[in-house]
Design a protein. Structure first.
Length: 324
């Protein structure tokens, strides 16, 4: 006859063991969930959310984008409505930023001018990043005579001073007495900025590609017979785009400043286009008598450039694990 105590004791041990195994499985599951690897982008987003500079710059950029898309939310005044009786009047309750020489409301023109300035910056940045990234990743992956040819070709454009190159391009495309249309002059300014700026992106992408193609995942893909196009777009591009993204964020603000510079020189955007650069150009001869004509559009350009620089710095720090 079996001992009842031993039977109950055995069942108790089995129950305890089952409970222990079940508890261990829960612990293992929770530990696996906690140790789940996070991507670079998720880590970067977590860092960015804790940076005050990122939040401040994002708010400023959001307001500027809103101004560019819906300027009527900020003013109901027509930016092309001129009243010569109010020429060069200083800021007042009727016009917060005063009036310019033609009697235009400076505040209304500043709100509407955000669109042209931002469009030039965005399209110039996109075109610069696309051209520079494609040339850079091909040059870095090829590493043969193709690399030498593309690198020397980029050096030619990199050696051209920006202002001088833009003057040559824009004055060649437009005669001094010619007044090109809005779409044409915006396109020409965007192309001029991109043509003179893409070598910087090319060098950044080429350097990142030279490092990435030595990694094991690229060698494994090459060993498994992956085509060069698949290696470039499936493995190299996602792992080399971070430094280019940082540069593009900072460059967008710089290109908005470049648009203002070209307009000030009289070779960029021009009336009837309304932009911050055009407003600065129109005020250069009246700074002493009407400083408000220059200070307010120049202030918008400065704040916008600083916002994009702050955003680029925050993104760079977040994407660089060594800085944390």
């Amino acid at each position: 006859m079996s001992d009842p105590g031993s039977v109950s004791g055995g069942s108790g041990l089995e129950a305890a063991a089952a409970a222990g195994v079940d508890q261990l499985s829960h612990v293992d599951d929770s530990s696996q969930k906690q140790k789940k690897p996070r991507s670079l982008w998720s880590d970067a987003w977590g860092e960015l959310r804790r940076k005050p500079s990122f939040i401040i710059s994002l708010v400023i950029i959001a307001v500027i984008v809103l101004m560019a898309i819906w300027p009527t939310l900020f003013t109901s005044v027509d930016p092309r409505h001129a009243d010569l009786d109010k020429s060069l009047q200083p800021p007042s309750g009727d016009a917060w930023f005063g009036y310019d020489l033609q009697g235009y409301d400076v505040y209304a023109r500043a709100m509407h001018g955000a669109r042209a300035s931002l469009l030039v910056g965005i399209f110039a940045t996109l075109l610069t990043v696309v051209i520079g990234s494609l040339v850079g990743i091909i040059s870095g992956y090829a590493a043969t005579w193709i690399d030498s040819v593309l690198s020397r070709f980029a050096d030619i454009f990199a050696g051209i001073p920006f202002v001088l190159g833009a003057i040559v391009i824009l004055t060649t495309l437009n005669a001094p007495t010619e007044n090109p249309g809005v779409v044409r002059i915006v396109t020409q300014v965007v192309l001029s900025i991109a043509v003179l700026s893409w070598p910087v992106v090319m060098r950044i992408m080429r350097s990142a590609t030279l490092v990435a193609k030595q990694q094991d995942y690229v060698k494994a893909a090459r060993g498994l017979g992956a085509s060069p196009l698949r290696i470039v777009f499936r493995h190299l591009l996602p792992n080399t785009v971070a430094p280019v993204l940082v540069y593009g964020t900072i460059a967008l603000g710089a290109f908005i400043g470049a648009e203002a510079t070209l307009a000030f020189l009289g070779i960029g955007l021009r009336p009837p286009v309304v932009s911050w650069g055009v407003m600065i150009s129109e005020s250069r001869d009246y700074f002493q008598s009407a400083p408000h004509m220059l200070l307010f559009p120049a202030g918008f350009v400065t704040v916008t450039v600083l916002a994009f620089v702050m955003l680029g710095d925050a993104v760079r720090d977040a994407l660089d694990p060594k800085s944390r």
